[in-house]
Ligand binder design. Sequence first.
Ligand code: ADP
Length: 550
Amino acid sequence: MLSTMQDVPLLISRILTHGSTIHGSSQVITWTGEAEPHRRSFAEIGTRSAQLAHALTEDLGVREDDRVATLAWNNAEHVEAYFAVPSMGAVLHTLNLRLPAEQLAWIVNHAADRVVIANGSLIPLLAPLLPHLPTVEHVVVTGPGDRTPLEGVRPRVHEYEELIAGKPTAYDWPELDERRAAAMCYTSGTTGDPKGVVYSHRSVYLHSMQVNMTESMGLTDQDTSLVVVPQFHVNAWGLPHATFMTGVNMLMPDRFLQPAPLAEMIEVERPTHAAAVPTIWQGLLAELTARPRDVSSLHQVTIGGAACPPSLMEAFDALGMRVCHAWGMTETSPLGTVARPPAHAVGTEEEFAYRLTQGRFPTGVEARLTGPGGERLPWDGQSAGELEVRGAWIAGAYYNGVDAEPLRPADKFSEDGWLKTGDVGTISPDGFLTLTDRAKDVIKSGGEWISSVDLENALMSHPDVAEAAVVAVPDDKWGERPLATVVLKEGATADFKTLRSFLAGEGIAKWQLPERWTIIESVPKTSVGKFDKKVLRRQYAEGKLDVQQL
Ligand code: ADP
């Protein structure tokens, strides 16, 4: 028997229409580095998105399914592209501006982008790439920045404001199939070529509702969210779409992502929420320690993308900024788990331990653990295996060109269609995920696994340590052993023996204690600010690290 309910497609245009009318007075505030930030209401974003869609269709000839890329920081114009492009039936492709030029070109060519909307400040990055981007016909430039490097280039160059000026402020958004492509994002390609994940209108819509749930970020129109996580990093974790559903104001840092301007924007604009990877918060913490600021407005800080060190959570708690840990990946839109402690743990000693887990799975994300032999492992909080997930906002394949069959590599998708996350961990009986490692980072020592994350967290809780990364290195006797790479705080003097005894005192088993140690200036980071362990492994293999053996 069929239901009697209406079948209204879950479209991004509906989120835009809702946000720009019902929440028309909410604002996108873009930091400019000048006396006043730039403010644009959701209503204006709505009319300007319509104008942009007219310009893309009528002036640039963009048709359904065409890929329109953005090379942009978090700002109001980027939000306009977020809504205009998918709503008109084209596909938004957010480019990661921190990727090496060659990889960026590879991605643009793979996606066959026709248009690139770029911030003026990124012209120095874009201009030299253009001769290698045969599919790109138009470049649309927004905001300040010297245009000279674009003179004489092959694609036609347009000024964003001139292009949209005078266009009608309403657009008759097409009634698309909700399963059609809306946006795409390539994984940063820590192994092999980058892989394209293509989100649908339906997946974005459902994911945004989950982001808004109280058990996730739970924000309302009384909130302002400081969106530090880049719009090119998994759709800024879904925040631009989610905020248009609920009227949350967005504070966008544009290119001002250094600790000092971030501290200033928190003090001046008083956001109530912020989202970013741990390295951003480590930087902010050092800044706030050196130059205290009033950050009391910030009562919720979503940390994800990499494990949140306990020491960071404690330090933020002490400043009154409550950390909420979350896990996800490009393939999961990204919201996979959020660590809100269960009712029975609130106010008890267990609460902190729950908050440190990666979090609990929401209704929309089903999970299972697979052991090394392919066996299903129990949710007992003990058995560690590879996490596999499935759900309406989880990727089932990778993009492989317009007419090609999508890619389903066997190491990324199970035969029955679940996503193999490459993350290793345990799940408690009440559904809390604790990651012990990424499959490729785990240290296999004498047939046992050592968690690099546990060692790093313990090291980073030492008062002399600013950052620490632990990687597996080959060992004749044990197969692999941990190498501890440590960044000391300014003026700190702790030696390796002290750090090793400290680890033992922190409950690290004796056989897991690293015997190889080295001091580094900073931990190499990936394009989205995570520890780049493959660089450390390579530096070790090439003998570039000054390693001391205890
Ligand atoms: P990349 O794989 O290139 O880093 P993603 O942004 O998709 O790009 O990264 C997803 C991965 O980041 C996850 O598979 C996981 O290993 C890691 N990750 C994300 N959030 C967390 C977290 N809270 N704790 C530990 N690891 C995390």
